[in-house]
Design a protein around this ligand. Structure first.
Ligand code: SF4
Ligand code: SF4
Length: 413
């Protein structure tokens, strides 16, 4: 970590304003202080001591940043906005504790003992079907929609052109490269079915997936809340758990993947960061092998931490292209955040819903049966939004769709 803690990543800003139209919060409010350029000015003043951490403008406008990093790819000066906002949040956290709701959510979602209980209770509630029935707008009902959106598919959601089960191709890959699975906290607690699909689809494509004991939360939610020391402690535990070597570390959550790739900056573990691969990167490197036809229309909505932070754009499309007949539609505002942004949807519900609204409008026009996205927060946000907006589509991870296609192809029962 540099002497200035990441603020130096903002130095290149020349105030050109090219980033403004890429910023969902600026588009929602039209306020310069809710734009990347405006926030960079606030952060510079904060670092210089010209504004204090309790200054109202600093609090309101930095808290309202999604951290989506949509401003980075469009910046001609290469401003590292993500590192800058994390430095600013770390500085703010030294002067004011994160909101009680943020601390409670972090404790319940990421602390090994309590999170096990929280996820068990959440899965039990999900199994009753009550969250699906209560899903809607308003804080409580939206939270119910988010929980309902984590439900595994019953495998009957997508159409198959002829309904027949096929014989798997006999030429199974001979090279089996070992990869280590990163499980994460929310993914493991509520999306273990995506982990299962990840393992199965990777194995069909010649990877042997290894479980790694002793791994913990990636620390992304802590870093975004300004709790950098807690994020560092988690990062060091993960580095120790995954050990040395060159074995790729496979991640199916864009937010976790982006964080793990930042360990070079966070704890000077650049080598660890180079091993991290999104599951779509590994699958795309092998084709992936085609599955059975699936007759459905899918809108792919890239998670910000995959598209902007990791700059992974084509690989998810290549995964979906391995499913014959599937029609993939692109949304005009696909590069815009859905408003999830980790705990943001809980802490800043008004802004989160304002950012979600144009995305839902695009989805209403595109009218897909499935919205595919590779991040737990986005799956929950979009799933809850679809339910609240009365759209019939469901939100699914791209790997789940490939898994369904492989199952129909007879690769596994
Ligand atoms: S595009 Fe880059 S240089 Fe221009 S205002 Fe935005 S952050 Fe600054
Ligand atoms: S991270 Fe996202 S919300 Fe924050 S300034 Fe950049 S584009 Fe806007």
């Amino acid at each position: 970590m540099s002497e200035r803690g990441g603020f130096e990543a903002l130095d290149a800003c020349v105030h050109c304003g090219f980033c403004l139209q890429a910023c969902p919060t600026f588009l929602a409010t039209g306020d310069e202080a809710d734009s990347p350029r405006g926030r960079i000015e606030l952060m510079r003043a904060l670092e210089a001591g010209e504004l204090t951490p309790d200054d109202a403008a600093v609090v309101v406008h930095l808290d309202r940043c999604l951290g989506c990093r949509g401003c980075e790819p469009v910046c001609p000066s290469g401003v590292g906005y993500g590192r800058g906002i994390e430095a600013a949040r770390a500085l703010l956290a030294t002067k004011r504790r994160p909101a009680p709701l943020a601390r409670a959510a972090l404790w319940a979602l990421t602390t090994p003992g309590p999170s096990r209980i929280a996820y068990t209770l959440a899965r039990a509630l999900r199994a009753t079907g009550i969250p699906s029935r209560l899903a809607g707008w308003g804080r409580f009902r939206f939270a119910m929609g988010m929980l309902a959106a984590t439900k595994p598919s019953d495998g009957r959601t997508l159409g198959r052109p002829d309904g027949k089960r096929r014989q798997p191709p006999s030429d199974s890959p001979t090279v089996r490269q070992s990869v280590a699975l990163f499980r994460g906290c929310v993914m493991d607690g509520l999306f273990s079915h995506v982990h299962d699909a990840t393992v199965r689809t990777l194995e069909v494509n010649g990877y042997a997936v290894r479980e790694v004991p002793g791994q913990v939360c990636c620390g992304a939610l802590h870093a975004h809340a300004g709790l950098r020391e807690e994020a560092r402690r988690l990062a060091r535990a993960n580095v120790a758990a995954f050990g040395d070597g060159d074995e790729p570390i496979v991640v199916n959550s864009a937010g976790c993947g982006a964080m793990l790739k930042e360990y070079g900056h966070l704890v000077a573990e650049a080598r660890f960061a180079t091993r991290v691969r999104d599951v779509t990167e590994l699958l795309a490197a092998r084709g992936p092998r085609p599955g059975a036809p699936v007759d459905a229309q899918v809108a792919y909505d890239p998670p910000c931490h995959l598209l902007h932070a990791q700059r992974i754009a084509d690989e998810p499309y290549r995964v979906l292209a391995a499913i014959p007949v599937l029609r993939v539609v692109s949304l005009p505002d696909a590069a815009q955040c859905c408003g999830s942004a980790g705990l943001f949807t809980l802490l800043e519900p008004a802004m989160s819903r304002a950012v979600l609204a144009p995305k839902l409008a695009s989805l209403r026009t595109a009218s897909p049966q499935v919205v595919a996205t590779g991040n737990p927060g986005c799956l929950m946000q979009l799933g809850a939004g679809l339910a609240a907006g009365g759209l019939r589509a469901t939100a699914r991870h791209p790997v789940e769709l490939l898994d369904e296609s492989y199952r129909a192809a007879g690769y596994y029962a």
